[in-house]
Design a protein around this ligand. Sequence first.
Ligand code: 26Q
Length: 768
Amino acid sequence: MKFEKEKFLSAVNDILRADYAAEMETATKKELYNAVSKAAMALAFDDWKKEKKSDKKRCGYFSAEFLMGRSIYSNLLNLGILDGAKEALKSIGKDLGEFEEVEDAALGNGGLGRLAACYLESAASSSLPLDGYGIRYRYGLFRQTFEDGFQHEEGDDWLKWGDPWSVRIDRDAVVVEFADQKVLAVPYDMPVFGYKNGVVNTLRLWSSEPVDAFDFEAFNDMKGEHTAEENFHATKITDVLYPNDNTMAGKILRLRQQYFLVSASLQDILAKDKAKGRKLSELDKYHCFQLNDTHPVIAIPELLRLLKNEGFSFEEAFSICSKCFNFTNHTIMAEALEKWDALALSDLLPDVYQEIVHCQERMSGEGLDPTKFFIIRDNVIHMANLAIYVAAKVNGVAEIHTNILKTDTFKEWNELYPEKFVNITNGITPRRWLLLNNPEMAKEIDARIGTEWHTDLKKLKNLKPYINEMLPAFTRIKGENKAKLAAYIKEHEGVEIPSHFIFDVQVKRLHEYKRQLLNALSILYFYYGIKDGTIEDFPPTAFIFGAKAAPGYYMAKAVIKFINEIANLVNSDAEVAPYMRVVFVQNYNVSYAEKIVCAADVSEQISMAGMEASGTGNMKFMLNGTVTLGTLDGANVEICEEAGRENNYIFGATVEEVAQVKKFYCPREVLENTIGLKRALETLIDGTFEDESGMLQKLYESLVAGFSPDRYLVLYDFADYVRVKEELLRDYGTEEFNKKCLVNLASAGKFSADRSVKDYAKLIWKIK
Ligand code: 26Q
């Protein structure tokens, strides 16, 4: 896009005058942010209109979560006007960097939601017609603080700065009906800009409102006084994102959210097709729908219901659905596979429930063994099974994960429908995760191999001949990024990290299977080793954590408390100060990740093998030239295939070993036989840390007591972890180590989300 500075500034000024009765000189930061954003958006309006009118087959990505982060910088980058806008603002004495105060749109919990955001950007950048459909939560993922080491949650008022990147489209509002309430679904459209290609797709987020702000019927019936209450119930549906990650809450309000999202989206899509004169019997010619995990799977019976209302028979409607829907699974954890109580669902959505029953009957009618294949059993509806039965394709998100789905989790289904199951390894957008977060590194790459890698990440391999020559620039820039992160951490967390320390990072949601506890115990092991002299010349290392725990997840919160206690112990000990620091950053989110990922020396990806479906943080670190310290789990396996196992630090039980070990696992035995482990573990109960809450005690018990102690083999993998970790830390700083970092960067091509969405387009969506 051609950028004309004067024209742009004058557009900004016009918006300031019209919307805020302000001008450049007098506008507040917030007003300026809104005006700059709106002016940029206006530049792409024609492209957006073109896309919205196009007749191509489109895919709808149905997702309860879109973890978009901050939009302004990535949007300006993709519009090709980031530098122009920076210059223009500078010329009037303003700094684009000040918009770093703008809140993230944290409309997602973690990996699954961020993946959806990356896919939207990559599809637009690859000129693929993909639109997102989601929920415009009034409050996104909670804001986290620590008080006395405990996590506290506050509401996330992400709209504080306004929402200039959305447009409310009242004319597209639809009514969504539950047995006990009717609400209005109002869409807010966010443009999704392709990278410098003139493509603008749409993320449509639905907001719930009362059907009539002032309900005349109720008023006439002399029931006017109920209106306020009805308002409250209506807006409540899209009030807040459920803060669970990989666990199931089973709350009815969540079911309302899910149905609200899919019903509004499908009604909207069908109405537009009808207005265009398209035949609904040919729905699959114009649309397909990707169901992002089980959360939007209720779209299947909803489309059946809508099509039957249009006069189709069940079989006709079923046939359409089986061509339109596809399903992605992101987790093998049984707790996270959505299940609904049949009675509750039939109470709330009787007609939808009937369609689920019809699916079940259809399945039985096919003579399938009901002990293996069921949708409803013991009055519980299994949404994953419904999705697999109806969907055209089912995919896992990394090779190893898809294999586990096929041979274990959904083994029977795979035997029944082997052609349904496919793998699409996850990816990340290289625009946000290298160009934008690490611009100096990007420039060094450009200088050597040109800019093609911006949209064809495989081209990074052309860096390989330059690795030796690029090492000084690489280490210099990494060093600068580390200094910047250290300053930010000092300001926001109050912890001093010398930037020559090794930055060893574990950032991701807090979950037992991700084993932040293993990392924590290793830190104590090193700490006591340094103190008692059994570990000499420990390489100075800062252990950096970032993670939110679901508010109701007791063990996860206990781990946060434990690590904060370790941080206190270590950071206030002058004797170890030359060797280590520990910091748990507060409110880890997308924007924090952008700062951390480009400054890390070690990427901790240490889940118990078989548990992490893919991971995408691992890819972000790799792309920024960071070695992985990890297990052979999720996409770590493919990272090693691409970059070479010798260039990463792999430890621990493999999936096969995990299965063997679990047969006769005795953690107490491991504890007795692992040097240094007991000392670290017993800090949980020996008074090293105050434990008024009893949380640390419970953490200890989870590892050694009860029916299935140490479910995630923390103790089992400890010795190997510590061994490989120490090896890594001792390698740090050598030329060989720096080369490993760059080999990782140069080998990250496979993990572009551009590749992922193209795989989806070809194998599943059949769109161009
Ligand atoms: C389910 C029911 C009720 C309440 C909440 C949920 C729920 C919410 C979020 C279940 C799961 C999630 C999120 C799962 C998730 O983020 N999975 C991650 O997906 C990434 C993208 O594919 C993978 O890289 C990660 O490995 C996987 O953990």
